[in-house]
Design a protein around this ligand. Structure first.
Ligand code: IFM
Length: 449
């Protein structure tokens, strides 16, 4: 069985600055909350840090050659805010800014389309000290940074994403404290921070467009629930749709609390009921700012619950049987979530969808023949792509970025979880293409999976 994708489908791979760059103290980069968090005893597994990571900051030319050799057509990377603005605002660090110019030039020269994300969790420590996302000025700090980057790169970078996965950096960074900056805020404070993140996104969209001086495409890259139906019966589809679009829990892990304000200009009714008077005061002007029109919707998809209409039509999650397939991280493998997340998002928000991340952690090593055999990653990706092909061929999804190009710093898990298409030996920093990279090369070339 094979599935062909549309000819103009965008094929790529993704990374983020703190997870691969290293060069933490090089050329005037300022500290981010992740630098500080990694210093806290016990915060990150085995005390790992992103100080060196994959040393991509110094090896980016070789990494771009590697990507070209792998047949990567588009590369989603993020910019380290504090490499460019060491204190988050104020003085621009020209050396840091120049790095991204060189990276973009190298990508373009290799025929790889750069897709830039402005914020992938490495918030400036100096701004954190001033209140971080709790400060009403924080959207303006972000807008300034967005404008600086757009002025510098939008002549060459067409596709932009504002923020990556607010569900996680608010949920873990400001809720349970498992990620930087390690805060455990009360629910009203968390909601204030969330509202400011949404405002920052909207201000960022405007700033990117204003500084670009030519038409660019702007979106975001979020995660959320990937509820999907257990069958194609209308009742099961309705059960999954209901869950996908609901805010039922007092946490950040949902779709609509974030996406309704951005795409529809309002918070969803169920969230307003659930959080009631814990919600911050906001104005119609705020909602107008937040809902600045987007060109695309980027979504990161890994795993989701299967839903069915149970007894009397009551929606219920289908329990996973014993031994259900899972990744090394313990995340259930549920390929059907790909097609349906795209369908549900497109149906509600009417934007072209890009899968800005998808992939899996597995236990990979360079074997005695010098190869990295990762058949699970090939099978995982094949299954998810076959599911995605249905949504792509229905015209709903326009591109796919595999997470990740390189094994990298997996946040609180340190270097233990390997998500790369390319294996990195963290002692020597040697790169080895995994078998999955060779397989994915064929997929990107043929558009057939
Ligand atoms: O590594 C992360 C990435 O930074 C954000 N999305 C999920 C990935 C895997 O956990």
């Amino acid at each position: 069985m094979t599935d062909a994708f549309p000819k103009d489908f965008v094929w790529g791979a993704a990374s983020s600055a703190y997870q691969i760059e290293g060069g933490a103290a090089q050329d005037g980069r300022g500290p981010s909350v992740w630098d500080t968090f990694c210093e806290r005893p016990g915060a990150v597994r085995d005390g790992h840090t992103g100080d060196v990571a994959c040393d991509h900051y110094n090896r980016f030319n070789d990494d771009v050659k590697l990507m070209a050799d792998m047949g990567v057509r588009a590369y989603r990377f993020s910019i380290s805010w504090t490499r460019v603005l060491p204190s988050g605002r104020g003085r621009i660090n020209e050396k840091g800014l120049a790095f991204y110019g060189r990276l973009v030039d190298a990508l373009l020269a290799a025929g790889i389309e750069p897709w830039a994300t402005l914020f992938h969790w490495d918030y400036p420590e100096a701004l954190q000290q001033q209140g971080g996302w709790l400060d009403r000025e924080s959207p303006e700090w972000f807008a300034r940074y967005a404008g600086v980057m757009s002025s510098a790169l939008a002549d060459r970078v067409t596709n932009w994403m504002t923020i990556n996965e607010p569900q996680i950096f608010i949920g873990h960074g400001h809720g349970d404290g498992a990620h930087a900056p390690g805060l455990k805020l009360s629910m009203p404070e968390r909601l204030v921070a969330s509202h400011h993140v949404l405002l920052a996104h909207g201000r960022g969209v405007a700033a990117i467009r204003e500084a670009a001086k030519r038409p660019v495409k702007v979106g975001w890259a979020v995660c959320g629930r990937a509820d999907h139906p257990a069958s194609e019966s209308p009742a099961d589809i309705e059960a999954a749709r209901g869950a996908f679009n609901a805010v039922t829990k007092r946490d950040s892990w949902n779709n609509t609390f974030w996406a309704d304000p951005v795409c529809l200009g309002r918070y969803p009714e169920d969230a307003l009921r659930l959080f009631a008077d814990e919600m911050p005061v906001y104005t119609a002007g705020d909602m107008k700012t937040i809902s600045a029109p987007l060109d695309f919707y980027g979504v990161n998809i890994y795993s989701g619950d299967r839903w069915r209409a149970g007894e009397g039509g009551v929606p219920e999650v289908v329990p996973q049987g014993p031994g259900h397939p899972q990744t090394a991280f313990g995340w259930p493998i549920t390929p059907g979530c790909m097609e349906w997340a795209v369908r549900f998002l497109h149906e509600r928000y009417k934007l072209p969808i890009y899968i800005t991340e998808n992939g899996m952690a597995s236990i990979d090593w360079v074997d005695s023949e010098g190869k990295v055999q990762d058949p699970q990653r090939i099978d995982f990706t094949r299954g998810y792509l076959r599911s995605l092909a249905k949504a792509a061929n229905a015209g709903l999804c326009k591109g796919y970025f595999h997470w990740s190009i390189l094994d990298n710093f997996e946040w609180a898990e340190g270097y233990r979880q390997r998500f790369g298409l390319v294996h990195v030996d963290f002692d020597t920093l040697a790169r080895t293409q995994k078998e999955s990279a060779k397989w994915y090369r064929g997929v990107m070339k043929s558009g057939v999976v």
